[in-house]
Design a protein around this ligand. Structure first.
Ligand SMILES: *Cc1c(COP(=O)(O)O)cnc(C)c1O
Length: 416
């Protein structure tokens, strides 16, 4: 497996790549190798024309009639249905709306209300290494409810088996860890959680569009996720929430705004939630931003997740192999699991001067990012990253490390 590889071999892999043509769906600046699609996906070419259409035509010409005639009112569910197959959800189980943080709030609140029938279930379990906003949202709810809920942070995935018990209300996990790229076995972990009567909430921020997800097959309870990462929806594009049919009738969240009402335009003073997934909505959605989510999803309609997964693993395997062969003399430590079954679509490397090295790479046109502590993070989006990009990125990394062409004492930007 570890026979030395050269750039010509990577060119050959690009020539044989059945997804290569999908790169044409995206705008990528000349001379840039973009390995940060796990943070902000690249721009679909179609999104500019779609924005023009929404702004000039739907808003400019048709004004308020577009809520009906352009499908604006239905758009959260239209897009939810388009997204559903990517995450193993059924029709009418997903809406695209609000932010991931806000959708976490709704899902946590609804789960705690379901579990309140059993007053001994007061524990929410999550990982210390989870994305901070997930933990912060749980903290906010437990503090505000003031019903004795506690958050328990586990330090390894294995620890869950010894911590989950009859006091657990909810286990809230991120399917692919944003920092390490560790991928949970969703079905097995959900089974473990259910065996103790707890509910399973999955955050798919780094899985939707990156790895195959089978929410219904895993019998998960709730899920949320971003559309601006691997789904290429645009900066700050609305997130999604999945509530399976089995939970919809008893899904109640406190952000009970009029978009979740059974007949919003009846303008009744009392709240009656709509029977279906739209009860997960709160209020009026940002139509310009929401519309662009469709452009990102359209590209996924031209392929399927198993094909994307195959290329994703080939790209991350290649990156790991080249780093180990060509940067072997440098203190780089692989943080991401080698085991395919435990790897998302990113590779994280620890280096003592990780922040400075990432900044030097960005100067060389290779865009990855930095995450605490001392981790360089490289995301591989199979829709537009080429095998030669992997080669060229590792060559830039090797050159920077060999020549120590980075400033170890540099000041950090606000967004790393
Ligand atoms: C990116 C990410 C978020 C982002 O949440 P926002 O509300 O969009 O800021 C949340 N959770 C995880 C796990 C993420 O990776």
């Amino acid at each position: 497996m570890n026979t030395p590889i050269d750039r010509a071999a990577c060119e050959q892999m690009d020539a044989l790549d059945s997804l290569a043509h999908l790169r044409d769906d995206f705008i990528l600046p000349e001379g840039v190798i973009y390995l940060d699609g796990n943070s902000l996906g690249a721009r679909p070419k179609a999104s500019l024309e779609r924005a023009q259409q929404v702004i000039a035509h739907e808003w400019g010409n048709d004004l308020i009639t577009s809520w009906n005639t352009a499908g604006w009112f239905d758009l959260p569910s239209t897009l939810g249905n388009q997204l559903a197959p990517l995450i193993g959800a059924a029709k009418n189980e997903v809406v695209v709306t609000d932010s991931t943080s806000i959708n976490l709030f709704k899902a946590i609140a609804a789960a705690l209300e379901i579990q309140s029938a059993d007053p001994q279930r007061k524990i929410i379990i999550t990982e210390r290494s989870n994305f901070p906003t997930d933990i912060y949202m749980a903290e906010g709810i437990t503090r505000w409810l003031d019903h004795g809920y506690q958050i328990v942070l586990i330090d390894t995935p294995e620890e869950l088996a010894s911590v989950v018990n009859e006091h657990t209300a909810l286990v809230m996990l991120t399917h692919v860890n944003y920092r390490t790229g560790y991928l949970h076995d969703m079905a097995a972990v959900t089974r473990l959680i259910h065996a103790h009567g707890a509910l399973a909430l999955w955050d798919l921020a780094h899985s939707a569009g990156a790895v195959p997800v089978a929410l219904n097959a895993a019998e998960a309870d709730f899920a949320v996720g971003c559309t601006y990462k691997y789904l290429n929806g645009g900066p700050g594009s609305p997130a999604f929430i999945w509530v399976p049919e089995k939970h919809q009738a008893h899904f109640h969240h406190p952000l009970s705004g009029w978009w979740g009402h059974t007949s919003p335009f009846a303008m009744n003073p009392g709240f009656t939630p709509t029977p279906g997934i739209r009860r997960a909505l709160c209020g009026t959605q940002p139509m310009v931003s929401l519309a662009l989510v469709g452009c990102g999803l359209d590209t996924f309609g031209k392929t399927d997740m198993p094909t994307i997964r195959q290329k994703s693993l080939a790209l991350t395997d290649l990156f790991i192999q080249l780093v180990e062969q060509r940067c072997a003399s440098h203190p780089l430590e692989l943080v991401t699991p080698r085991d395919h079954a435990q790897r998302g679509s990113q590779v994280s490397l620890r280096h003592p001067h990780a922040y400075a090295v990432i900044q030097a790479l960005i100067r060389h046109g290779v865009i990855g990012d930095y995450r605490e502590p001392a981790i360089m993070r490289f995301g591989f989006t199979p829709l537009y990253v080429r095998y030669t990009d992997v080669w060229d990125a590792v060559e830039s990394l090797r050159t920077i490390l060999d020549t120590q062409d980075y400033d170890a004492n540099m000041q950090r930007n606000a967004v790393t």
